[in-house]
Design a binder for this molecule. Structure first.
Ligand code: PGA
Length: 252
């Protein structure tokens, strides 16, 4: 199973800058045997695709989707629309969306299922707040969020699904979660998947760590058992910095 590294630009880079990032990143020396994706704002998908051409590295990812196929949902974008850009992965339930847009676990489940049905790999983000971490409620929160998120997924689908453990207090804070704590969290997530969908399915699910990952700490995470890659925000905005992170993660 290849490690998966996903750049999450968040609300950065419209079409003009997106094309430049992709071209610059393509000039980086990139390791083999690793999957790399870049999650761009919807409005930048066309430009990113145009700059990529037929190249498959990095894969294209989206940051959100709506659950219905089409209809009266002003402002929303469906999985089949994302598919028209050759999108392979799509984030769902990022904590910023749960916090600022009141995205619920029910919505996350519907989005993940819609993506899977369209053949796009959902990257389901879960994680606890600082207050929950302090109260030692992390495992409880992860069990709740994971159980809810997979409720509508089909374990027999050819389209995989991915989880990203992102403790909210570690995102953009420069205070990454200790790798052994992250390892425990990943075990909890995988445990829930195993219980609901079986060990075989659970063993194949890639669980990424996200939250202040950079080229100095990526090795620690990637070499930790049960951590299958990273979701990278701040350290992905500069294509050369993200290129270095990819090379550090998987030295050739
Ligand atoms: P960060 O963001 O790497 O800037 O902490 C990660 C994320 O929110 O996906």
């Amino acid at each position: 199973m290849n490690a998966l590294l996903i750049a999450n630009w968040k609300m950065h880079y419209g079409p003009i800058k997106a094309g430049g990032w992709v071209r610059a990143f393509r000039r980086e020396r990139l390791p083999k045997d690793v999957d790399i994706a870049v999650a761009v704002p919807h409005v930048s998908l066309a430009a990113a695709r145009a700059s990529l051409g037929r190249a498959s590295i990095p894969s294209l990812a989206a940051q959100d989707v709506f659950w219905d196929k089409d209809g009266s949902f002003t402002g929303e974008v469906s999985a089949s629309m994302l598919d028209e850009f050759g999108v392979q992965y799509c984030l769902v339930g990022h904590s910023e969306r749960r916090t600022y847009l009141n995205e619920t676990s029910e919505m996350v489940a519907k989005k993940a299922a819609a993506l899977q049905e369209a053949g796009i790999v959902p990257v389901i983000c879960v994680g606890e707040t600082a207050a929950e971490y302090k109260k030692k409620e992390t495992n409880k929160i992860l069990r709740q969020q994971t159980t809810a998120a997979i409720a509508k997924l089909n374990p027999d689908s050819k389209t995989a699904f991915v989880f990203a453990y992102e403790p909210i207090w570690a995102i953009g804070s420069g205070k990454p979660c200790p790798s052994q704590r992250a390892r425990e969290a990943h075990e909890v997530i995988r445990g829930v998947i195993a219980k609901k969908m079986g060990e075989t399915v659970a063993a194949k699910v890639r669980i990424l760590y996200g939250g202040s990952v950079d080229s100095n700490n990526i090795t620690e995470y990637i070499t930790t058992t049960g951590i299958d890659g990273a979701l990278v925000g701040g350290a992905s905005l500069d294509p050369r910095v993200f290129g270095l992170l990819c090379r550090t993660a998987v030295p050739s």
